[in-house]
Ligand binder design. Structure first.
Ligand code: NAP
Length: 246
């Protein structure tokens, strides 16, 4: 029996992209998975069915992570269905590049509401509700180290997430709960591909010395490590999984 059997994971933004790969991988590793999303239900439901067909346990939970109330209801649903929460993966996020000068108030607020406050909301809820011995895995981005034009608002949100990660790891002293972050490089998902020309995508693919784009499974593997028994002594860290970009 896996060390993760009977453990319950909430994965935010798990209907598509990296989050969906994480949910599938965690289910394979024995976790019961809460698949969070905020838009269309169909992809999340299809993923839950795939997990159940393979003998896993899954629940879908529609909740906009930028709403503290919606996040509270999601934790309620997880506890009602499965008795508690042992792993929180704060994967939900958005990216729309624009120069700082061209970033409108709405776009600035939307990025901080989902990427930064969304992560804050779920961690604040987890503080009082996660079972001792749990794990939290947040999502930063390698773009934070690259300082490319167009990423001011997005990188600002990810800098906040890294700050939350380090402080919260210390605030959970005595609970045996670790808090870490993953900072992916370019990964072939909607978030990365949308709005980019083939040429630009090709340039990104050449950036890592490994000379390819990352795939969602590359990041799911890293989250599985941080969530699993081998990472028990890793705490308050940012793991830059990016093929060596920066
Ligand atoms: P994606 O393909 O666009 O998927 C985003 C997921 O988040 C979807 O399931 C989406 O579902 C959900 N979501 C969006 N807003 C939400 C909200 N307010 N509440 C709850 N769920 C929400 O993105 P991705 O590429 O997999 O990115 C996942 C994470 O990795 C993000 O934090 C991103 O910043 C980070 N990252 C990605 C890359 C990359 O190159 N792809 C690189 C570095 C870091 P709904 O639309 O149904 O809400």
């Amino acid at each position: 029996m896996s060390a993760n059997t009977n453990k319950v994971a909430i994965v935010t933004g798990a209907s598509r992209g990296i989050g969906a790969a994480i949910a599938e991988r965690l289910a394979r590793d024995g976790f019961t998975v809460v698949i969070n999303y905020s838009g269309e239900a169909a992809p999340a439901e299809a993923l839950a069915r795939r997990i159940e067909e393979r003998g896993g346990r899954a629940l879908t939970a529609k909740a906009d992570v930028s709403s503290a109330e919606a996040v509270r209801r999601m934790f309620d649903a997880a506890e009602t269905a499965f008795g508690g929460v042992d792993l929180l993966v704060n994967n939900a996020g958005i990216l729309k590049t624009a120069t700082l000068a061209d970033t409108g108030d709405d776009e600035f607020d939307r990025h901080f509401a989902i990427n930064a406050k969304g992560t804050f909301n779920t961690m604040r809820e987890a503080a009082g509700r996660m079972r001792d011995g749990g794990r939290i895995v947040n999502f930063s981005s390698t773009t934070l180290a690259l300082n490319m034009p167009g990423y001011a608002a997005y990188n600002g949100t990810k800098a906040a997430v890294e700050a939350f990660t380090r402080v919260f790891a210390k605030e959970l002293r005595g609970r045996n709960i670790t808090v870490n972050a993953v900072a992916p490089g370019p990964i072939a998902t909607d978030l990365f591909l949308t709005g980019k020309s083939d040429e630009l995508i090709g340039n990104f693919a050449k950036m890592p010395p490994l000379e390819r784009l990352g795939q969602p499974d590359d990041i799911a593997n890293v989250v599985a490590f941080l969530a699993g028994p081998d990472a028990g002594w890793v705490n308050g860290q940012v793991l830059r999984a990016n093929g060596g970009v920066a």
